[in-house]
Design a protein around this ligand. Structure first.
Ligand code: ATP
Length: 264
C-alpha cells in the first residue's frame, strides 16, 4: 500500500514529514518524520531543547513550518485558515504542565465550560454530561469545590475531564506530570491510559518519565538535535542500536539506580 493512498492517510491521525523550523540561527527542527496511527499512544522523549515542544506546537497549528508538512487527520495544518485551525483545535484535547483551571469556578463549572462555550446543549444535558465525565475520573464527590481546595492530582483530573469533555479524537500532553509527587504522577499516567481506553483517542505525550512512557506507549520516539532518531514499539525501542537511544536509556538506568540508592 502506498503512503499516499487515501486509506492510509485516513488511518493516520498525525503525519509529519520532513518538518523544518528555525528560530534565527537556531535550527530547532531539522527534518522531523513521525506518524501516529489513529487510536494509538505515541510518547515523545528526548533531552531538554531537542525540539519536542516545537514539534507539538506545529501539530496544534501554533507554529508554521519553514519546510515540510504536518497533517492532522489528513488535513495540512499549514494550509488552514484561522477558522479551520480553530475547528481542528476543538478536536484536540490539550493538557499542559499547568492545569489552567479557572480558580473562581467550581469543579463542575470548569468542566462544563467547553460545553457552554462551544455547544448548544441545554442545561439539563450539560448536567448529565459533566456528571458522567466527573464520575469517570472519580470526582463525583467534588463537583462544588473550587480548584484551590483540591490536591494536585485532583486538579489534574479536573483538567483532564475538561480537556476531554468534547470527546476529542486527539489528545496532546506536554509534560503533564512536571513537578508532581510520585503518587500524583502515577494517577496522571493512569489518566492518560484511561483516555485511550475510554475515548479511543489518539495520544501524543511528551514526558521525561521513562518508566511511564514504556508502560503507556504503543510507540516511543526519541528526539535528538531536532530529528526523531528512533521510533517503534517499546520492545524495538529498548533494543535500538542508535547511539542517542543507547545513551538515553543508559542515562535513565543510571539515574534510576542513583535514586534507589538514595531511597534505600
Ligand atoms: N518561540 C521560540 N523562539 C525562539 N526559540 C525557540 C522558541 N521555541 C523554542 N525555541 C528553541 O527551540 C529549541 C527546541 O525547543 P523545545 O521547547 O522544542 O525543546 P524541548 O525538547 O521541548 O525541551 P524541554 O524538554 O526542555 O521542554 C530550543 O533551542 C529552544 O530554545
Amino acid at each position: 500500500m502506498s503512503d499516499t493512498s487515501s486509506e492510509s492517510a485516513h488511518k493516520l491521525a498525525i503525519e509529519v514529514r520532513d518538518l523544518h523550523k528555525s528560530f534565527g540561527d537556531n535550527e530547532a527542527l531539522r527534518g522531523v518524520d513521525l506518524v501516529v496511527p489513529e487510536g494509538t499512544t505515541c510518547v515523545l522523549m528526548g533531552i531538554s531543547g531537542s525540539g519536542k515542544s516545537v514539534l507539538m506546537k506545529h501539530i496544534m497549528g501554533l507554529l508554521r513550518p519553514d519546510r515540510g508538512t504536518v497533517l492532522v487527520e489528513g488535513q495540512d495544518v499549514a494550509q488552514m485558515d484561522e477558522a479551520t485551525l480553530d475547528q481542528m483545535r476543538r478536536k484536540q484535547g490539550i493538557l499542559f504542565q499547568a492545569n489552567a483551571l479557572f480558580d473562581s469556578l467550581t469543579v463542575f463549572d470548569n468542566v462544563a465550560f467547553p460545553l457552554r462555550e462551544r455547544t448548544r446543549m441545554s442545561e439539563a444535558e450539560i448536567q448529565e454530561t459533566v456528571n458522567k465525565t466527573l464520575a469517570k475520573v472519580g470526582l463525583s464527590h467534588a463537583t462544588t469545590r473550587f480548584p484551590g481546595e483540591l490536591s494536585g492530582g485532583m486538579q489534574k483530573r479536573v483538567g483532564f475531564a475538561r480537556a476531554t469533555i468534547l470527546q476529542p479524537r486527539i489528545l496532546l500532553y506536554d509534560d503533564p506530570t512536571a513537578g508532581l509527587d510520585p503518587l500524583t504522577t502515577a494517577a496522571v499516567n493512569e489518566i492518560i491510559t484511561t483516555g485511550k481506553q475510554q475515548l479511543g483517542a489518539t495520544s501524543l505525550v511528551i514526558t521525561p518519565d521513562v518508566a511511564a512512557a514504556f508502560s503507556m506507549a504503543d510507540s516511543l520516539a526519541l528526539m535528538h538535535e531536532g530529528r526523531i532518531v528512533e521510533v517503534g514499539p517499546p520492545d524495538v525501542f529498548r533494543e535500538s542500536q542508535h547511539p542517542a537511544v543507547k545513551a538515553f536509556i543508559r542515562n535513565w538506568l543510571a539515574r534510576r539506580s542513583q535514586h534507589r540508592k538514595h531511597q534505600g
